[in-house]
Design a protein around this ligand. Structure first.
Ligand SMILES: Cc1cc2nc3c(=O)[nH]c(=O)nc-3n(C[C@H](O)[C@H](O)[C@H](O)COP(=O)(O)OP(=O)(O)OC[C@H]3O[C@@H](n4cnc5c(N)ncnc54)[C@H](O)[C@@H]3O)c2cc1C
Length: 190
């Protein structure tokens, strides 16, 4: 069983995967590299003067895999909740279990709609989650475009992925957690 299953491989899902895998959780991401980021030319992602969405995704996927997360190029067709774990079924018919589930499927709402979560009629019927992506179902997080309606940006989804990851890491460790690294004295920042 994975520690965390993440459905969606855009900036939201990948950012969550990065923080979680970097901090040694067992993470599986589901996504077919079909994000609308491939249509974007980014000039508004702080710290990166310009980059195509496709380049951003390629770098991000490698960064996440280098920390040990698995990215499975498959669609998830069903989510089962209840009990101490989540189970997702893929289009290939495989089932995967995880203690936590993050749903970050962007504009594709159908799967999340099966979870019976509240939606916000003042915000394009986007799914309601708190600032950490927590929902009313324990250990279920919903982040990114799915919660944003028209008010989406790549950097917001990435930030929400990071916030959900810190929430999960804090729960696992039993105290508030942040992921800070520092430059070493010899100038090596590894
Ligand atoms: C034309 C265009 C230009 C844009 N330009 C900019 C820009 O300049 N700057 C900027 O900040 N933002 C831009 N955006 C917005 C940006 O693309 C979004 O903010 C960003 O993609 C949201 O990230 P996300 O991770 O929340 O969702 P997404 O990137 O939509 O990721 C969701 C992923 O989940 C996958 N998925 C969905 N359902 C399933 C399933 N059942 N199983 C497995 N995988 C699933 C999808 O295929 C997708 O890959 C642009 C968008 C468009 C359309």
């Amino acid at each position: 069983m994975a520690d965390v299953l993440i459905i969606g491989d855009g900036p939201g899902g990948l950012s969550a995967a990065l923080f979680l895998a970097k901090n040694d959780l067992d993470v599986t991401v589901f996504g077919q590299n079909k994000t609308l980021m491939h249509d974007a030319m980014l000039y508004n992602y702080l710290g990166i003067p310009q980059i195509t969405g496709t380049e951003f995704q390629e770098i991000s996927r490698k960064q996440v895999e280098n920390f040990g997360a698995k990215i499975l190029e498959v669609e998830v067709t069903e989510i089962e909740t209840g009990g101490a774990e989540f189970s997702v079924t893929t289009a290939a018919g495989d089932k995967h279990q995880g203690k936590y589930l993050i749903v970050a499927t962007g504009l594709e709402e159908a799967l999340a709609a099966t979870l019976g979560l509240s939606t916000d009629s003042d915000n394009d019927d986007a799914i309601v989650a708190d600032r950490e992506g927590k929902t009313t179902i324990e250990n279920l997080y919903v982040i990114g475009w799915l919660t944003r309606g028209q008010r989406t940006q790549a950097i917001i989804s990435a930030g929400e992925g990071a916030a959900a990851a810190l929430s999960i890491l804090s729960s696992e460790i039993g105290r508030d957690f942040h992921d800070f690294d520092v430059v070493k004295e010899d100038g090596d920042d590894e």
